[in-house]
Design a protein around this ligand. Structure first.
Ligand code: SF4
Length: 233
C-alpha cells in the first residue's frame, strides 16, 4: 500500500528579481573587470596557428598541462606546413599527456593540412572559414578570433563560462551553443572577448565548482545562486 510521504518538498532555488536587467548585467561586467583588469589567455602562444593548436589540445585538459607540451611540439613542427608533413605517431608522442591524444593528433594534422591547402598557410580570420578546420568548433574559433585577431563574433563558452553563467542566472541552458546565444543577447559586444576570460579566471580562482568561495567573491552582492557558501542578502 502506498503511504503519503512526509518528506518536505525541496525548496526551489531562489531567483533573482529580473536577473537579466541591464543594470545587473552592467554591474556584473564592471565587478569582473575590476577584479581581473589585465586578464589574458592562459594558453602560451606566439601566433594564430599556435593558439589554434593549443586550444585544440586544451579540450578535457588543463591549460597548464597544454603549456608543458606545446614548446616541444612547436619546436619540432613550427609551422602549419611542417605540422602537415608530420606523421600521426610523431604528433601523438608529443601530445600524449594531454589526453585523447590520438583524436587530437588527427585534428591537428588535419587542421594543418587544411590551413596549407585552403588558406595559403595562414589561419583564416572568419568564423565560417575557421569552422572548416578539423577539431575547430565555435569555442576554439572564438578564442582564436578574439585573442589573436581581436575580432568579436561570439563569446567563448567553456566549462567555466557555462557553469558560472548558470550560477549567475544569465542563462538556463546547458549546451555551449545555446548558452552562447543567450549571452550574446545580453552582453554588449565590446565586452564579449574580456567577459569570457574574466569569467574563466573567476571560475578557477573563486567560483569553484564544488565549493565556491563566496565570502571572497566580488559578485556576491549580485549573486543568488542556491549553492552559495556565504551570503550577505
Ligand atoms: S557568490 Fe559564490 S556562487 Fe556566486 S559568483 Fe560568487 S563565488 Fe560564485
Amino acid at each position: 500500500m502506498k503511504t503519503a510521504s512526509t518528506k518536505p518538498k525541496p525548496k526551489p532555488p531562489a531567483r533573482t528579481k529580473k536577473p537579466l536587467a541591464p543594470a545587473r548585467i552592467q554591474a556584473i561586467l564592471t565587478a569582473l573587470h575590476a577584479a581581473y583588469p589585465n586578464v589574458v589567455c592562459a594558453l602560451h602562444h606566439t601566433s594564430a596557428w599556435e593558439l589554434t593548436v593549443a586550444t585544440i589540445l586544451s579540450a578535457q585538459c588543463t591549460d597548464a598541462r597544454v603549456n608543458l607540451v606545446t614548446p616541444a611540439l612547436f619546436k619540432a613542427f613550427p609551422t602549419p606546413k611542417a605540422m602537415a608533413a608530420a606523421s600521426l605517431p610523431e604528433i601523438e608522442e608529443l601530445i600524449r599527456t594531454t589526453g585523447f591524444f590520438r583524436n587530437k593528433a588527427k585534428n591537428i594534422q588535419g587542421a594543418a593540412r587544411t590551413v596549407v591547402s585552403d588558406f595559403g598557410g595562414e589561419i583564416p580570420r572568419t568564423m565560417p572559414e575557421l569552422l572548416t578546420l578539423p577539431g575547430v568548433a565555435r569555442k576554439t574559433a572564438n578564442v582564436v578570433l578574439g585573442v589573436w585577431f581581436h575580432i568579436a563574433v561570439g563569446i567563448v563558452v567553456d566549462t567555466h563560462v557555462l557553469r558560472l553563467s548558470r550560477r549567475l542566472e544569465l542563462t538556463r541552458n546547458t549546451t555551449p551553443e545555446k548558452v552562447e546565444k543567450d549571452l550574446i543577447k545580453i552582453i554588449p559586444s565590446d565586452h564579449w572577448i574580456d567577459f569570457s576570460h574574466e569569467l574563466i579566471h573567476h571560475g578557477r580562482a573563486i567560483c569553484i565548482a564544488r565549493k565556491p568561495r563566496c565570502a571572497d567573491c566580488t559578485l556576491e552582492p549580485l549573486c543568488n545562486a542556491p549553492d552559495k557558501t556565504f551570503s550577505t542578502h
